[in-house]
Design a protein around this ligand. Sequence first.
Ligand SMILES: C[S@@+](CC[C@H](N)C(=O)[O-])C[C@H]1O[C@@H](n2cnc3c(N)ncnc32)[C@H](O)[C@@H]1O
Length: 243
Amino acid sequence: MTTGDDQNAAVWQSRDAVEKWVAVEGEREAARAAQRQLMADLLPFGPDEPFTFLDLGAGTGAAARAVLGSYPRAEAVLADFSDQMMAEGARAMAPYDGRYRYVAFDMITDPWAGTLPDSFDAVVSSQCVHHVPDERKATLFAEIHAHLAPGGWYLNFDPVSADDPIVAAAWRRAADRADPGAAAKAAHRTPDEQARWENHIRYIAPLDRQLGYLRAAGFQAVDVFWKHLDSVIYGGCRVPQPT
Ligand SMILES: C[S@@+](CC[C@H](N)C(=O)[O-])C[C@H]1O[C@@H](n2cnc3c(N)ncnc32)[C@H](O)[C@@H]1O
């Protein structure tokens, strides 16, 4: 449960919070390597095809790197609202210099028009849509759909919540077995850790609701391409133009 106000911008625009997040990025990314690669593999491009994609809420660019690494002629726009994350990302993205650029973009307050390019061949997001309230998830998905080229895909790797408390308890049981220290850590968070945790869970929404937002936005071929407990990769495509 969350208690205080939305502190999302304060968390992600804080030097301290970003340093703590980056300190364990190597470990976190090692555990996510298969999901990163799956997102790249799901995109409908040939190995030598040139295309431009958006990584929304890109942070240090982990999702973008998987795509750039798989498609040597791809180019990326990385959008984020945290100068601190983008500065860290400039280091992590160095192997892809010349094939990407960062754009300062707040998913909640900034208009797409005039900030981001009008059209992308694909859009990916990872671990950031859960930072926006549900009403904005729905309108954001509609904006993504509107700015995708026909046949373009949107894929999102994010946590979801369970509608059913019995399902939530089963997820927790399995997660605690996999990481026996997690429950003790959760019971002894510092105030800072508690604030970051509350920020993490504040707007996590049930999977079906998010799939509904995708369909309402006009996406076709909506699917959950991967799922483990509360972690999913879902997405869909903008209907291709008739040939
Ligand atoms: C958990 S990190 C994930 C970063 C990266 N996508 C990844 O998978 O490693 C969440 C990212 O979302 C960004 N973010 C959160 N709220 C945002 C907003 N309203 N607009 C733009 N970026 C936002 C943060 O700055 C941060 O970089």
